[in-house]
Design a protein around this ligand. Structure first.
Ligand code: ADP
Ligand code: MG
Length: 739
């Protein structure tokens, strides 16, 4: 074995041989039966994890007791008091002694009953658990009795014989001093934000699903209830009364029903928010067979559709009620029955995802139509000046329709029926007539029939091209990789499984922006420029930068002419650029708006001149498909996360900034103003620092997360150096092991 002086290898050897390592194995410890009270308290801590879990159990019991009104009072976030009162069937006097023992229930007698059960509870554990971690008092009266009974419980047993008392219909359960005997739990709960918000959230969710029951929830001593719902026959009404008008008015109804011979039978109905709804957090109110549950896979599936379909960065509000044959749901996988597992979960989720997407797209189309500015719309795309004979673009031939559920999974082939409206073959005798607003509108309306949305063949073809070039292995990597950090100006270090890769962020972001431009086609949000920038000057700037030759006579003049011509050309294309790409050039030839390609990301404005030049020079405007591809590629290149134009001040680039101060030193010798020169450098330096920090932030927080969702990496990336495997951790570990 290798031995290097003072190396860790030598140290490791020493430790191995030290006497401390050779301790005699101690005798095995004795196995003992835990005291029942200990077992029960441990189990109780699992079922009742926090105040809100106690509320959930109690409210579910009230629902199981056929109540039509349930009210909840909470003190100190539930730690001091939780009181749930209902008007249900009550509890028999003779059942009270065993009411709070573990595994006592009126809902289940044999295991098979689990599969035909319609109640929320069945384990007979909730009340018992509460008595192990709190003081529980029950007051109840059954039908036909003149008085009720009150009794308190501790550790599963009655503390006293039930006392006769006056009572109103139903049951009231009081849970006091929750976790009084679990110091650590109580402390962490006291320190964390109070559970009251969670309790309000829970009851809000319950209230919109069980709209045949009225719910209320308030803090102890408060006059006003924080949740207050009345019995209503319409789901939308109950959503309005609980979540408010602003939510209810922005909802779209969704429904799916599947009765499949292969056994995937379910139906779903619900409401989803439209594109006018704005929120930072997703609210998914999900009931499966009337049970309030969570399903992270479904939540994610829906979020993906929203991110891909709506340009705005809003998270959805979704209420969904799914019903499946009881035997298809395993409710018994979680002690609090919070997560459930479904038969055919994947298929169910996929079908729901498609429905959500379809509804969203249709609604989104209508909305865009309402908001768009139509002053500039012409009936056709104007043929390019370069080739005046070119006929109007071919009208979109129908591509075979893609089934909706196959159309989009993590990406969006954007609704594109819009263009179709403008690509009507124009009768030859009609010159370039500007249509009246209403004519255009009605034509759009007709065309914006849901079935037509996937018909814009050119964009569809481009997207299909992206999909077909996608490299499955890279896709896997991109979806699941973790960003480690920037290795240099261009390469990021990423980990996927046990492999480390260098990933070229410029290539990746360029491709991602290109793909997103196609997917958001005609559906962009806009970035408004604070100072509209004159096209001709910008293009001239780009031309000057492009050409490093010393100026020759007349060359400047030529550049000006080129800039002018390009400006003219782009001015002719304003309708197209604005309508489909949200690149807005006003009538004075100023660029004033750019599209949002990825939310939370604005491109490097230093690259605007290059972008405009590229639009003017490189785009083929005659053919619809090539034109869209060209513009999208230009946008992709512009928005890509290039290294900032200022050299990186963190590395060798620092010289760039210090050199300038040296030159200012020279100026001082000549009697120049040093202070101003130095200040300028510092400004430049901090500008550079900001630009680089901003870029790195965007790479980590915008590029990588978006790539995971949207990027379809083309096969070429596997071989063109975009992804380079640098190490395999297994091998590294082997090397370390040897040390
Ligand atoms: P489970 O709900 O799993 O049966 P619990 O411990 O939650 O177990 O409740 C035990 C039993 O107490 C229930 O089966 C039910 O018969 C009765 N019970 C609890 N709460 C109420 C209530 N609010 N109204 C009527 N009966 C109730
Ligand atoms: Mg229960």
């Amino acid at each position: 074995m290798m031995m290097i002086d003072g190396s860790p290898i030598a140290v490791a050897m020493e430790v191995e041989e030290s006497p401390a390592a050779a301790v005699e194995p101690r005798d095995p410890p004795r196995i003992q039966r835990l005291e029942e009270s200990v077992v029960n308290r441990i189990a109780a801590g699992e079922v009742i994890q926090r105040p809100v879990s106690a509320v959930k159990e109690l409210v579910e019991n009230s629902l199981d007791a056929d109540s039509s009104s349930i009210s909840v009072v909470v003190k100190d976030g539930g730690l001091k008091l939780i009181q749930v009162s209902d008007d249900g069937h009550g509890i028999r006097r003779e059942d009270l002694p065993i009411l709070c023992e573990r595994h006592t229930t009126s809902k289940l007698t044999k295991y098979e009953d689990l599969f035909s059960l319609s109640s929320m509870g069945f384990r007979g554990e909730a009340l018992a658990s509460m008595t192990y971690v709190a003081h529980v008092t029950v007051t109840t009266i059954t039908k036909g009795q003149i008085h009720g009974y009150r009794v308190s419980y501790r550790d599963g047993v009655m503390e006293n014989e039930p006392k006769a008392c006056a009572a109103v219909k139903g049951t009231q359960i009081m849970v006091e001093n929750l976790f009084y005997n679990m110091i650590a739990r109580r402390k962490t709960l006291q320190n964390s934000a109070d559970d009251y918000g969670k309790i309000v959230d829970l009851l809000s969710r319950m209230a919109i699903h069980h709209n045949n029951v009225s719910f209320s929830c308030r803090k102890h001593g408060a006059v006003k209830a924080d949740v207050h719902s009345v019995v209503s026959s319409s789901r939308l009404d109950s959503i309005r009364s609980v979540y408010g008008v602003s939510v209810a008015k922005n909802l779209i109804k969704v429904e799916v029903s599947s009765c499949d011979t292969s056994g995937c039978t379910f139906d779903m109905e619900g409401f989803i928010s439209n594109s006018n709804y704005v929120a930072k957090k997703t609210i998914l109110v999900l009931f499966i067979n009337d049970r309030l549950v969570e399903c992270s896979a479904l939540k994610r599936a829906i979020e993906i559709v929203y991110a891909a379909t709506l340009p705005k960065a809003s998270k959805p509000f979704v209420y969904m009620s799914i019903n499946l044959p009881r035997e298809h749901v395993d409710i018994n996988i979680h002690p609090t029955k919070k997560e459930v597992s479904l038969l055919n979960q994947e298929i169910v989720i996929e079908m729901i995802q498609s429905e959500v997407e379809l509804k969203l797209r249709n609604a989104n189309d209508t909305r865009t139509f309402q908001e768009q500015k139509v002053e500039y719309i012409q009936t056709t795309l104007t043929p390019s000046r370069k080739d005046p004979q070119v006929s109007p673009l071919p009208s979109g031939q129908k591509t075979p329709k893609v089934p909706v559920n196959k159309m989009v999974r993590t990406d969006s082939s954007d609704p594109a029926g819009r263009l179709h409206a403008f690509l009507q073959p124009k009768p030859d005798n009609l010159p370039e007539k500007i249509s009246t607003l209403s004519a255009v509108r009605s034509s759009i309306r007709q065309r914006r029939n849901p079935k037509e949305t996937a018909d814009l063949s050119s964009v569809q073809e481009l997207i299909a091209g992206v999909d077909s070039c996608c490299h499955p292995g890279l896709l896997e990597t991109v979806r699941n990789c973790t960003y480690v950090g920037m290795a240099d100006d261009v390469f990021a270090l990423v980990q996927y499984e046990t492999h480390l890769y260098l990933a070229n962020v410029v290539n990746l972001s360029k491709e991602l922006m290109y793909q997103q431009t196609l997917r958001r086609f005609a559906h962009f949000n806009a970035i408004q420029l604070s100072d509209p920038a004159p096209l001709s000057e910008l293009i001239l700037l780009a031309l000057k930068e492009e050409d490093l030759d010393p100026e020759i006579d007349g060359k400047d003049h030529m550049k000006e002419r080129i800039a002018e011509m390009n400006t003219e050309l782009l001015k002719e294309k304003t309708e197209l650029l604005e309508e489909y790409f949200s690149v807005y050039i006003d009538s004075d030839g100023n660029l004033s708006r750019l599209p949002v390609i990825l939310d939370q990301y604005t491109p490097d404005m230093d690259r605007v001149p290059e972008f405009l030049l590229c639009l003017g020079n490189d785009v083929e405007w005659e053919d619809e498909k090539t034109c869209f591809q060209g513009v999208s590629a230009a946008i992709g290149n512009f928005y890509a996360m290039h290294p900032p134009l200022l050299p990186n001040p963190a590395g060798d680039g620092i010289r760039f900034y210090t050199k300038r101060s040296e030159s200012s030193q020279e100026k001082q010798d000549l009697g120049g103003n040093v202070e101003m020169e130095l200040a300028l450098d510092q400004e430049l330096f901090s500008d550079a620092e900001n630009a680089w920090a901003q870029r790195e932030w965007s790479i980590q927080h915008v590029l990588f997360p978006s790539m995971r969702l949207f990027l379809k990496p083309p096969a070429s990336m596997a071989s063109n150096g975009t992804f380079v495997k640098v190490a395999s951790l297994e091998k590294l570990y082997k090397i370390f092991e040897r040390c």
